[in-house]
Design a binder for this molecule. Sequence first.
Ligand code: TEU
Ligand code: CA
Length: 556
Amino acid sequence: MEKKWWQSSVVYQIYPRSFQDSNGDGIGDIPGITKRLPYIRELGADVIWISPLYQSPNDDNGYDISDYRAILREFGTMEDFDRMLETAHELGLRIVMDLVVNHTSDEHAWFVESRSSRDNPYRDYYIWRDPKDGHEPSNWGSCFGGSAWKYDEATEQYYLHLFSVKQPDLNWDNPKVRDAVFDMMDWWLRKGIDGFRMDVISLISKDQSFPDGEPESSGYATFNCAANGPREHEYLQEMNRRVLSRYDIMTVGECSGVTLEEAKKYANLDGRELSMCFQFEHMGVDSDPVAGKWTTKKLELPKLKEVLTRWQNGLEGIAWNSLFWDNHDQPRIVSRWGCDSPEYRERSAKMLATCLHMMKGTPYIYQGEELGMTNYPWGSLEEFNDIETLQNYRQLVEKGILSPDEAFEAVCAKSRDNARTPMQWDTTEQAGFTTGTPWLPVNPNYREINAAEALSRKDSVFYYYQKLIALRKQMELIVYGDYRLLLPEDEDLYAYTRNLGDEHLLVVCNFSEKERSLRLPETFINGWVLIANYDAAPGESVVIPPYGAIAIFSKN
Ligand code: TEU
Ligand code: CA
């Protein structure tokens, strides 16, 4: 197998709105990112994925783009962008841009034209359908609640929007759309960016008959029924031929609804489509059959192990995995699957990091994860900003799927806004994020949990991540070794090995509050402790404290 730079990279994700404000308007911006690049360098990550920076009316915080070649005024100017890119490159950091081309904003010039009349040249840039028996053309639902079809009075047709009504889906079956998108991608690549993270790229090809899907408790079929459509791979291969293959870049597809078999195509090592893809199966292990992700159900560890192991082994030697717990759409992992009480917050954050970063694939760190940032202590529904949270809350309560109290508890646990509260830099007012009023409140725990504190203390979560990253850079075993699960049924311990030639690694992570001991497999007796989040002294067995984690190396 040919080795690629992005296989030994670690990616740091920035959500620009919440990272660092530089001018006191309460909104993070590009000069703020530039100022903090040395911080990311210090952590050791070498690729930065930045959520959308483009012009947008912000119905979905930048994932609704109205001009792909302009920077959102609140974030700065194109000159600011160019300076950031140059500074990043000087520091040896690569920049991967978010690419949102399943849909645009309804304020994009293409859609303004498209909706103006049925015979406008841009009409077919989007997906328009006549009513079916006076109703929506199919039962497809929007990810944010309600139908995915919106009736437009002016031209008496429906348009498709798998996300908000302000995010109409592009019609990829129109070759002009593909030309326009590829041209725009090329424009950014010529500027010198290092790749793309492709938003819901698994949804771009739709079955033109728009068949009804299996309805959920909401009455609609999930937007996943549009995933991996009939011409999906044809379009990605075309994109690859015409654009991607001409640059030395990294591409990661956000592949909602992807199966293992599909991922082998998206992320195949033959390089015909993308470098790697995000799958979400492991993010769904604590969801509910009726309420979906909107539940406070506890994690069942054997399920998580089953899913991740299937992906680790299923792609082995065929395609490349990406590894993540957190992103701008997920609650904070330490609150979700660790323990955010003062006693265990740091140890469980390090345990989760160990479990993920010792696996095979490219790891992603979401801003603040390296500090063990936690979910926000929400007091009322009014405090939320996110469209997905607010619309789903309403739908869950209206349909009687959850009581208002249950729905509130669920959004507190799962809202995307948990990830979007401002980055906690130091103990000054507003955590050093802004000198003004932040667009989302700062978590009050910033006085204890912040970057300045973490950087001043050698045993912080930050330095633990730094060490994990450094180990990946030093050891091919961590990048290329195969993966084998141990103890599949154990409800507390996640244990696996990695193996490359005569090198072996044993990783044991305790997801519980119990102390657990484990007899070491023969190979690892007298092994070398590569990293642990407690004072470890293994002999023939290890005693692992609550939320403990250890990785033992052996060569034979
Ligand atoms: O997310 C796509 C996606 O699948 C999400 O809807 C995800 O399932 C959900 O947010 C989890 O709760 C991407 C972006 O990451 C997200 O921020 C955007 O809102 C969405 O696409 C539309 O562009
Ligand atoms: Ca600002």
